[in-house]
Design a protein around this ligand. Structure first.
Ligand code: URP
Ligand code: ZN
Ligand code: ZN
Length: 467
């Protein structure tokens, strides 16, 4: 099967170049000027020519942080792998990396098998897994090596959620020590969960139960402290560290300090920390619950620093931490007690569009948009150059992006299985026009033309981003 993506500007981290992209079966075979002989002869035998005139042609987005069907308290995130990967495709994301979640007493492999079964045969785009490690012991430390050999090369630990997902500094150090030997990348949810628990208890005792107190009881300093501690633990263990969903200036300062010392520390932020704020959590009539995630949304004053971090590469990835819960019946579990609100926001469909707004406003360059949403996550998580670049030999994961189209974000038109949008009514410029996953069109002119089950499990290599 042959396809040509014709007439567009191919974008890489270095910028945009006019070129046609030639695709054979699942892979890109060449990039060439539209008026070249190779394009003419290839187009003559092509099954389809995708018109990309006036559009950017970008490598498919890679969302390195999603939670489909994730249990949280008494409920489960509302997107399945089927609905979530379809929504991802609509938003120009052609790879997700989700998380298996280990329970205490469970082996890492058992938890991975549970998540492999959830995703098997239903995904519209390719997918991989990080493993969440909750029970760190001699057996599970050895098991890390087994998972590594199977292409699960990153492990997330939590300094938050005592009694649930939390790991002690000793456990964290031990996992990092193992990672320094086997080449794994440790991902850290960095918030001082022990101190936060005390602040939360005090708030509840004072009757402070509204959603805004979710944010006010998790101060940015508690994120900064935990990031700093994780960095020092990683330094002593000689392990690389990747801080997930970094939300605040104190946390970023700790990352900058470590990187300036030359330590292999990396961080991601998420669109919600760049576009939403603590004010949203304060919305009346419990609407603030729609914006409850962890770490929480911060005062707007943190946003300029995050954009700066994206420019300077102190933040190298934008992922979503997509973890949707419907307002009705799910977020509402926390009526009268903010600690019962399931934590997480929808966003897998909005990431490419939202970060493109940063290009329009001049916060980041066009090339940087592609770098932080696709190329860097591919490198960081052992998928490059199969993913994250438009080049001969790479998977034909390609998005045709119309930079001039206007759209209004709304739950009434999005494809995520959730009854609200955090960005309801936001008018934006730029829109996905066509999406190809390994050579197969998945979205064409706003319509789904993919197939659940087309998406394949990715066995990832080692992180290729060490300095
Ligand atoms: O609120 C969030 N972030 N929910 C998902 C779980 C996590 O910590 O990433
Ligand atoms: Zn987390
Ligand atoms: Zn998460």
């Amino acid at each position: 099967m042959r396809r040509v993506i014709a007439g567009g500007s191919v974008v890489s981290p270095k910028g945009a170049t006019p070129a046609d992209v030639l695709v054979e079966d699942e892979q890109i075979v060449a990039l060439a000027p539209g008026d070249s002989e190779i394009v003419a002869s290839f187009a003559a035998s092509a099954d389809r020519v995708v018109d990309a005139r006036g559009c950017y042609v970008i490598p498919g987005g890679i969302d390195a942080h999603t939670h489909m069907e994730m249990p949280f308290g008494s409920t489960v995130s509302s997107d399945t792998f089927e609905t979530g990967t379809r929504a991802a495709a609509f938003g120009g994301t052609t790879t997700i990396i989700d998380f298996s979640v280990q329970r205490k007493g469970q082996s890492l492999h058992e938890s991975l098998d549970t998540w492999l079964a959830k995703a098997d045969g239903v995904c519209s785009v390719d997918y991989g897994f990080h493993a969440i490690m909750v029970d760190v012991n001699d057996t599970t430390l050895k098991e890390m090596d087994v998972l590594m050999a199977e292409g699960v090369t990153s492990f997330k630990l939590f300094m938050a959620y005592p009694g649930v997902l939390y790991s002690t500094d000793k456990d964290i150090y031990r996992a990092m020590d193992r990672a320094s030997e086997n080449g794994a990348l440790i991902l850290m949810h960095a918030e001082n969960g022990i101190a936060i628990d005390a602040i939360v208890e005090a708030a509840l005792q004072k009757g402070q139960t509204d959603p805004i107190y979710h944010g006010l009881t998790r101060p940015a300093e508690m994120e900064g402290e935990a990031v700093h501690r994780a960095i020092r633990l990683a330094q002593v263990a000689h392990a690389p560290l990747y801080v997930v969903h970094l939300s605040s200036t104190p946390a970023l300062e700790a990352v900058v300090e470590a990187r300036d010392r030359g330590q292999n520390v990396f961080a991601e932020t998420c669109p919600q920390y760049l576009f939403l704020s603590e004010d949203d959590m304060a919305r009346p009539d419990f609407e603030g619950a729609k914006f409850v995630c962890t770490p929480p949304l911060r005062p707007r004053s943190h946003q300029a620093g995050l954009w700066r971090g994206l420019r300077t590469d102190d933040l190298s990835v934008v992922a979503t931490d997509h973890c949707p819960f419907c307002f009705k019946e799910q977020k509402e579990l926390g009526l009268g007690d903010f600690t019962k609100i399931p934590n997480g926001l929808p966003g897998v469909e909005n990431r490419m569009d939202l970060i493109y707004q940063g290009v329009i406003s001049g916060e980041i360059s066009l090339g940087r948009w592609v770098e932080v949403t696709s190329t860097n996550p591919a490198k960081m998580f052992g998928l490059y150059p199969r993913k994250g670049v438009i080049a001969p030999g790479s998977d034909a994961d390609i998005v045709v992006y119309d930079p001039n189209a206007r759209q209004t974000i709304s739950a009434s038109t999005h494809h995520m299985a959730v009854d609200y949008s955090c960005y309801e009514g936001m008018q934006i410029t730029g829109r996905v026009s066509a999406v190809m996953s390994r050579g197969r069109l998945v979205v064409d002119k706003g319509a789904y033309v993919g197939a659940p089950g087309h998406g394949r499990l990715l066995r990832r290599g080692l992180s290729g981003h060490l300095r």
